[in-house]
Write a protein that binds this ligand. Structure first.
Ligand code: PLP
Length: 397
């Protein structure tokens, strides 16, 4: 009889968003017609920008014309888009060859697929709280996971310390869910650690476009990263592609382990397991990197940042401790009066009709914390912040 991948039996049921949906559904059934202020999910609310829409339309039109029509695309990405993205990195003094850039259908796909490059015996180090896909993808692959706890003591930015025995490390900066972002000195510590050990860093840069302080946007801004890191990027939050799907991954040619070149291995992987990303999407995605596209996406990001300011002002007034909001579209607050994160969730839903995400859903270290997404509707965010401030200022809370 066939044996399925038995590692799937080790997956923990992901209750987080299911539970949130169940609770909000039950609340609405009891309170029909009530408007909920949804600050939970990390999905964008603004549509694609005009420059991208125009390019997507052009892409569709091209597909209707003999001579401009495209069939199968190159598996690793359209050469012109790979070159455009490599040029985009030059703004940060990172010099890549286009062959080091791989166009993808988004970061989630890559975070799972890239694990093909690594032996199952490698141990994965995952900082906690974490984006749940890191843990689940490694569990599916049957890999041992070592949790790296983070909390207020290390500002949710854990650093390497002696005795950590791992081969693959996930760093997400700016971080989902905590909003914390590493500085150069801290990332240098991780790069040195990985090079010393022969480990590989999977650097998730899905939120780099939200950085406003002088912090690295790319791990490749750190000297030595080219021999120990892979960077996974996404246009989802940067440019509203959550439902359109496009991303890119950087694997330097200098990255080798056991005499094998990881860039060449990934070329082999993509050419076997994919037939490339749709021409239409790559044509649309290229518009993100034009001057016009950059201006328009940053106008949208500014709207989300204004949401963050509104929420942070309410938390400041209420004297609540929080992280993030500045360099990331998430605000990670400490629940008041030692409340548990689900207890706080229920309170917000029942008393002020605000929906957020309980920190416990991102791992045990998230208990006692709560995540607000700043991707919501601006008017809703203003009202939610007002309600939150009133609730948190109530001494009988
Ligand atoms: N990485 C992080 C840290 C995320 O928060 C998300 C989505 O929320 C992703 C990756 C997935 O991005 P994509 O939409 O490109 O699959």
């Amino acid at each position: 009889m066939l044996t399925p991948n038995l590692s799937y039996a080790n997956l923990k049921e992901s209750y987080l968003f299911y539970h949130i949906a169940q609770k909000t559904k039950a609340y609405l059934a009891d309170h029909p017609g009530t408007h909920l202020y949804r600050m939970g999910i990390g999905d964008v609310s603004l549509p694609l920008v005009p420059a991208v829409i125009k390019a997507l339309h052009e892409g569709v039109d091209d597909q209707s014309v003999k001579g401009r029509f495209h069939g199968y695309m190159p598996e690793c990405g359209a050469p012109s888009l790979r070159e455009t993205i490599a040029k985009h990195y030059e703004k940060r003094d990172v010099f890549l060859s286009p062959e080091e850039v791989f166009v993808s259908s988004g970061a989630s796909d890559e975070l799972g697929d890239l694990l093909d490059l690594f032996d199952r015996s490698n141990k994965a180090l995952i900082m906690e709280p974490a984006y749940p896909a890191y843990v689940d993808a490694n569990t599916m692959a049957g890999r041992e996971i070592i949790h790296l706890p983070s909390g207020p003591d290390n500002h949710f930015l854990p650093l390497p310390k002696p005795g950590i025995d791992a081969d693959l490390i996930y760093l997400c900066s700016p971080n989902n869910p905590t909003g914390a972002a590493y500085n150069r000195e801290q990332l240098t510590q991780w790069v040195n650690w990985a090079n010393d050990r022969g480990a590989v860093i999977l650097f998730d840069a899905a939120y780099e476009a939200f950085i406003e302080e002088d912090l690295p946007h790319s791990i490749f801004e750190i000297p030595g990263a080219e021999t120990c890191a892979i960077e996974i990027c996404s246009l989802s939050k940067t440019a509203g592609f959550t439902g359109t799907r496009l991303g890119y991954t950087v694997i330097p040619k200098a990255l080798e382990r056991c005499g094998m070149n990881l860039n060449a291995m990934w070329v082999r992987n993509r050419t076997t397991k994919t037939n490339g990303v749709s021409y239409i999407l790559q044509h649309g995605g290229a518009a993100v990197f034009t001057d016009e596209g950059q201006k328009q996406i940053h106008d949208n990001i500014r709207i989300y940042k204004q949401n963050a300011k509104v929420l942070m002002a309410a938390l400041d007034k209420a004297g609540i401790r929080y992280w993030g909001g500045k360099n990331a579209p998430y605000i990670w607050m400490q629940c008041p009066n030692g409340m548990g994160s689900w207890e706080f969730f229920d309170k917000l839903l029942n008393e002020i009709q605000v929906v957020g995400t309980p920190g416990e859903g991102f791992g045990a270290c998230g208990e006692g914390f709560f995540r607000f997404s700043t991707f919501g509707d601006p008017a809703d965010t203003v009202e939610a912040a007002d309600r939150l401030l009133k609730l948190l200022s109530n001494s009988a809370l």
